[in-house]
Write a protein of this length. Sequence first.
Length: 422
Amino acid sequence: MKTIANYLRKMSTLALMVLMLSPAFGQNGNGFITLSGTLKDAKTNNNLYFAYVTVPGTHIGTVSNSEGEFTLKINRSIDAKEVEFSHLGYKSKRIALNELLNGAVEVKLEPASVALSEVTIRPEDPLTIVKEALRKVQFNYSDKPNMLTGFYRETIKQRRDYISISEAVVDIYKASYKPMGGGDRVKLYKGRKSANVKKADTLAVKLQGGPSVSLLLDVAKNADVIFFEDFEDYYEFRIDDVVTIDDKISYVISFAQKENIDFPLYYGRLFIDTRNLAITHAHFSLNLDNEEEAAKLFILRKPRGVKFTPTSTSYYVTYTENDGKYYLNYMRNELTFKANWRRRIFNTNYAVVAEMAITDRDLENTERFALRETFRQRDVLAEAVEAFNDDDFWGEHNYIKPEESIEDAIRRYGRRLMRQQK
């Protein structure tokens, strides 16, 4: 068990530091329609996390959480008629807005599967496929270092109110995927945080590690976060489906810890290209059945008298292919938890979301920057961005829109995020 704990501790650098009490002031917004509901698989009735909920023809959108739940605010002034629901490997669905106004709704998406006869023949044992995919990482992914530019955003909500919003443009030294290729490094280029947030009324919550920790979600490079030595003794694997992604056929392989393992491990799905066994997407979560042990992995410091209970986690990573090699593309992690002060009747719910999209890539100028410039896993972005703020850089986009999807934010900022072309 010591080996498992060591590997899980690596991912637990997604830690929260619960620091202090602080007063609050209220905020509210009128003129909006608020939709909420749950997205599910029409076949299995399983929750669909990281599904997209958008208003067609606009920049308004959100993503479902680890329980498949979503909340979308729509300005009445845009006169929206429909809402679209989509998810990787599923058929998109549009529903008239007026059908979604009667409280929480349940939306079911149909899987978009392909016939097994179209798949390259391989052993049917999913464990064999996963092992081979991990063995081929050094061949399927970049064998040279890259310099990346990323757009990173993290938000912390107390109930429905934002209590912290930070954004940053970061430079990333992405080490080779070869064995002994070295570690990744990230440094801040520009950053900012929103002042238009509600002050926390119970706990000041801070996320440690920021973009540096997000890089750990690169499961192709950091496979030992989940698939440590002898992982087959701890996990069950199953081929759930075969789907098309970008006109390529992929296995959908689910994994979960075996029943006799009570230490919190991960469960989720790997999307593996049938041609070359490259992992193209990964969705996974931490098993929270053992609440006490799971809580230890997240909290770095908290006041006495507060009970911290994690309620959901979600991790998501995608890759993009270029000239036969796969490169890191997008990462998102989400944690929801409740905090209860001793002698108080009601819990307070929190949600922490961090996501980063790669906006530029340079394969030539790849000199690793100095360690002293690196944003470390113990640093807190919300405390560091003040030194990297530059109003001229953000220009007319001087206001953070927390409900805006990261894709739409990237389109707004345009060439500001194309660092290598400047």
